[in-house]
Design a protein around this ligand. Structure first.
Ligand code: MIC
Ligand code: SF4
Length: 643
């Protein structure tokens, strides 16, 4: 049997371990990306590692999240990242240049290479035929410093696309359909690899929409082959020399398979409050207050050109606020030069800068009980900034059609198909990039500037062999990192200030998590299935670390969050029987003994001292992860001789 594309790239770049699903392996890291809201921690960690230049081929520091400079904090973060980048030979992308994933696709991504990024939507790069993985900031810092990344070798899920997309149905509907089928945990442990004749109707921009939102499946990453359409994209980006063809073998083997018949697909929407709550557009008219087009999922040139074609000569519905945030400065420039921008303005749209913006609650919170349609990737409760708002995730076509009617509308009602022509060449001006000095000595002399908001990151203590702690919080399934570490315009400025941010830990669930932790001298969290799904933010582990959390016992964990807990020295333990989860109440006192030995065995006996019962939990981790926990975190381990 032949090899799939995922295993071809992994095996070409294997540094340690046996490439067999489930085993821990280390792979070469060619490229890294950071964004600002996770980047400050990553650069604090990198700076503490006493390295000079990064060990990668290309590392880029983007600023796209914390763009509202309502006080000094965000601007201080930008300056810190800019100077850290200049010091370590990293390219800096200035605020205003656009969203990291779209920019990386335009300018740096390459088929066959491995990219890790401190953002969960790094898999966007898979649209070009590369392995692009989202990771915690510390994993990325170590990737930059040492040029390698550890991961569990994935299984590979083949999504075979048959047929051809019908008019008004788009790439977004494909990934919404896959989410409907597989759910937000259906991709855990897998790389989603797309094949089939259907990929020929998908441009690189479309493919990137699909690989981007593969993050919502919990997948390690998603990938498309690189073919003639990919070559054409590189040519249009004036970097054809970066193209190579990367295909799976014809008889490639896969662990699982899902066939999607594109001919039968219709426009879909993810209803509140989960990306897998997917339905067809209902007959019943759902009135809409706000529509936002943008984010790393749907902010490409073709998204905005489709929008221009639909809005041309028409007026946005009086009850709708239509807000637009293009993915990059190049797209902004192209739509302003080709007249599309004037169509948006004439129709009555609001224009935002090229950044994450409303996607991460940086402005544009909907009104109370408001309904917002977004072309984004996440609609968790409260993420938009308004707790009682309902967010629907849709394609650009559905969003544009709804902007005209004022209710959630099937774009097929618009009649004749629109066609968007791609330009001969994309704009490639790059004045928003700052390249590091070519002179090593000059780089070494760069002063790293740290404003007063930037506080040191917390470091875990060496592992204790026993402890008794209270369960200070018990949660349900699918808790997101947005629940653990909420993000909005008021809180993002404190991403480099863990003490301050810790006041808001678990704020969407309970108001007093910090007080509970302080009163009980830390504690244990009990969680349900898929605990820590969503973003890569390691703050969702650093806040609990700072507040003295020693262990999280859950039914199962999301991949990046589990790695972040281990990297922070917090034990991620899993229930063997869900009856044991049911038997625990908040404030029960749990005792863990013989911790080192139990970690090695992979099994623990936990004593519930309040209820006078015992139950078993498991630890599923590699030898390296055991060592990390022993050292109290990855940074201490990475600085040791054992690394
Ligand atoms: C997100 O979409 O949730 C974010 C904000 O981009 C995060 C990163 C962060 O929390 O800073 C992600 O996806 O990893
Ligand atoms: Fe930015 Fe939203 Fe994409 Fe996260 S999901 S990188 S916040 S645009």
């Amino acid at each position: 049997m032949g090899m799939n594309l995922t295993y071809k790239i992994l095996s070409n770049n294997l540094i340690k371990g046996e490439l067999k699903a489930g085993n821990e392996i280390a792979v070469r890291v060619h490229q890294t990306l950071t964004q600002d809201s996770t980047g400050t921690m990553a650069y604090l960690q990198l700076n503490s590692m006493n390295i000079e230049d990064v060990a990668t081929e290309v590392s880029v520091a983007y600023v796209d999240h914390n763009m509202l400079q309502s006080s000094f904090e965000n601007a201080d973060d930008h300056e810190f990242i800019k100077t850290s980048a200049a010091r370590h030979n990293i390219i800096f992308s200035k605020p205003g240049n656009g969203i990291c994933h779209r920019l990386h696709l335009e300018k740096f991504g390459k088929p066959g290479k491995i990219l890790i990024g401190s953002d969960s939507h790094t898999p966007t790069g898979g649209g070009l035929g590369m392995i692009a993985i989202g990771a915690g900031g510390l994993d990325v810092a170590i990737g930059m410093a040492r040029g390698l990344y550890y991961l569990k070798a994935p299984k590979v899920y083949n999504i075979e696309l048959k047929g051809k997309l019908q008019p008004w149905v788009s790439a977004k509907d494909i990934i919404l359909h896959v989410l409907r089928k597989l759910t937000v945990k259906g991709g855990v442990g897998y790389v989603m690899e797309y094949t089939g004749e259907g990929i020929k109707c998908l441009s690189v921009e479309d493919r990137a929409t699909i690989t981007n939102m593969g993050a919502e499946l919990g997948a390690t990453t998603s990938i498309f082959p690189s073919d003639e359409l990919t070559r054409d994209f590189f040519k249009k980006q004036s970097r054809e020399e970066d193209f190579i063809e990367m295909m799976p073998d014809e008889d490639a083997e896969y662990d699982e398979k899902l066939v999607v018949n594109l001919d039968e697909l219709v426009p879909l929407a993810a209803f509140p409050h989960s990306p897998d709550n997917v339905h067809e557009i209902p007959e019943e008219k759902i009135k809409v207050d706000q529509i936002a087009i943008g984010s790393c999922t749907n902010s490409s040139y073709s998204d905005f050109m489709k929008l221009a074609a639909i809005l041309d000569g028409k007026k946005v519905h009086p009850d709708v606020s239509l807000v637009l945030s293009p993915g990059s400065s190049s797209i902004m420039k192209m739509v302003s030069e080709n007249g599309a921008l004037s169509k948006f303005i004439a129709a009555g749209a609001r224009l935002l800068e090229a950044a994450c913006g409303p996607c991460i609650g940086m402005g544009q919170a909907p009104k109370s009980n408001g309904i917002s349609l977004r072309t984004f990737n996440r609609n968790f409760k409260g993420r938009c900034g308004t707790m009682d708002a309902g967010v629907y995730l849709v394609s650009t076509e559905t969003a544009a059609a709804s902007a005209l009617t004022g209710y959630l509308t099937d774009p097929r009602e618009l009649g004749d198909e629109i066609k968007v022509d791609f330009p001969e060449k994309y704009d490639v001006s790059d004045n928003y990039y700052i390249y590091p000095s070519a002179d090593k000595k000059e780089r070494g002399n760069v002063e790293i500037i740290m404003g007063p908001n930037i506080k040191p990151f917390p470091v875990g203590e060496k592992l204790q062999d026993s402890f008794t702690k209270k369960v200070i919080l018990k949660t349900k399934d699918n808790i997101t990192t947005d629940d653990i570490c909420p993000s909005n315009a008021a809180l993002l400025p404190f991403r480099s200030n863990i003490p301050k941010l810790s006041e808001h830990c678990f704020q969407t669930i309970i108001p007093d998590f910090k007080e509970r932790a302080e009163k009980n001298n830390g504690g244990i969290i009990v969680g349900g299935d898929n605990y820590g799904q969503g973003s890569s933010r390691e703050h969702a582990a650093l806040l609990p670390l700072y507040l003295g959390i020693k262990a999280v016992i859950a039914k199962s964990f999301a991949r990046i969050h589990k790695a972040n807990l281990i990297n922070s020295g917090i034990l991620p333990l899993e229930f063997i029987s869900s009856a044991d989860y049911d038997s625990i109440d908040e404030y029960d006192e749990l005792e863990l003994t013989n911790i080192k030995e139990s970690l090695e065995k992979g099994e623990f006996i936990v004593k519930n001292k309040t209820k006078n019962t015992e139950f078993k939990v498991k630890f599923n981790g590699s030898e390296r992860e055991l060592k990390i926990l022993g050292y109290g975190g990855y940074l201490s381990f990475a600085m040791s001789d054992e690394f």
